[in-house]
Design a protein around this ligand. Sequence first.
Ligand code: ATP
Length: 372
Amino acid sequence: MNQPAQALHETHRAESVADSAMLYMEDICHDFGTLRAVDHVTLDVQRGEVVCLLGPSGCGKSTLLRVAASLEELQHGRVMIGGEDMRSPSGRNVPPERRNVGLMFQDSALFPHLSVVENVMFGLDRLPTRQRRARAMEFLDKLGMSEHASRHPHMLSGGQQQRVALARALAPGPGLMLLDEPFSALDARLRDRIRDDTLHLLKSAGAGTLLVTHDPEEAMFMADRIALMKDGRILQMDRPENLYCHPVDPFVATFFGDVNRMEGVVRNGRIDTPLGQMDAQGLAEGERALVLVRPEAVRVVMVSEPSAAHGDTHVIMSRLLGRSSLVHICVHDQQNREFHLHSTMPGVFLPQENQRVELHVNPAQVFVFPAE
Ligand code: ATP
C-alpha cells in the first residue's frame, strides 16, 4: 500500500474501532500544573471485554479512568462511549451521570442511611418501584448478598460492602464499567473470591470494563487485554499471554515478576551468559545486550559430579512457595565470575545446599534487549 492509501486505511480502521467500542479514548493528555500525568494515550474497550490498566503507582492509571468517567475534565483528545462523543458540540463534557457508565472504586462509599437493597435500587429510578426492588434483589442474589438486603452498610464487612457496591454499579445495566482498584482494600483470600465472582458477573452482563490495578496477577486473572502503563504512556497493550511471552521492552518483561538479568556482547549472532550461549534475537554484532530469563524457564537437574559444561553450578538454598519451589543457584561465567540466579520448579522440589546441578533453559522465555 502506498503512503496516502496506508494513512486512509489506518484512519478508517481507527474510526471503525471507535464506533464499535464501548469506550474509545484517543490521544488523551492530562496535566496537573506542570506534571504530565497522561501522555498521548489511545485505547479501546470492546463490548463484553475486560481491559486492565496496569502499572506502578503514579503512572497515570487512575487519571485516565477518571477522564473516561468525566471526573476529570477532558483536556486533550477524544472520549467516545458507546459510539457517542462525550464532548457536546458546545464543547462541554457530558457529565458522569449521563454517561451510561457504572463506577466502582477501592472504597465505594454506600449511602449509610439506606439499606443494602435501597442502595442498589438507587440507580434504577427509571423503573417502577416493584421492578426496581426485583432487579436489585436479582443482582444481590448473583453476588450472594440477598440475605443481607435489609441490613445497613455499617453492619457489613468490607468485602460485603464491595459486593453491594458492585451490584449497585451493575444493576442499571451500564454499557461500560469503570473500576479503580476495587479489590485492593480486601485481604488476600476474600479478594480471590470476589475477583472470581466479579469476573463472571461482568462477563455475563456483557458490558465493556476498564479496570485499574497495580497488581500484575490481578490483571492476568481479570483481563482479556492489558494496557501496561509507565510515566503516563501505554508501553504495550495486548492479550496477557503476549505481554508475558513477547514483552516489547525490559520494563514489561520485569513487571510480571522476578527475572534473571544478565549482560553480554553479541558475537557471531550469540551472547555468552552464565546460563550458556543465547541467540542474539536480531541484535547487531558487537552490541551490548541485556538478557532476561524468567525463573520458570530455568530447569534444575540434580547431578552427582560436576560436568565440563556446568562446572561448579550448585544450589545456595531452596524454598517451597506453595505451588512451586524457588531454587537459588550459584553459576559461573566464562571468566569464572560468580552469579546468583533463580529457578522456579513446579511442586515440591527442594535440593540441599551445595547440591551440584545442571541448568536447562527454555529459549522461548529468554528475552534479549539492547543494554540500557
Ligand atoms: P496509584 O496507583 O498510586 O493511584 P496511578 O497510576 O493511578 O497511581 P494517578 O493517580 O493517575 O496514578 O496519578 C498520576 C500522577 O498525577 C501522579 O504523579 C499523581 O501524584 C498526580 N496526580 C494525580 N491526581 C492529582 C491531582 N488531583 N493534583 C495533582 N497531581 C495529581
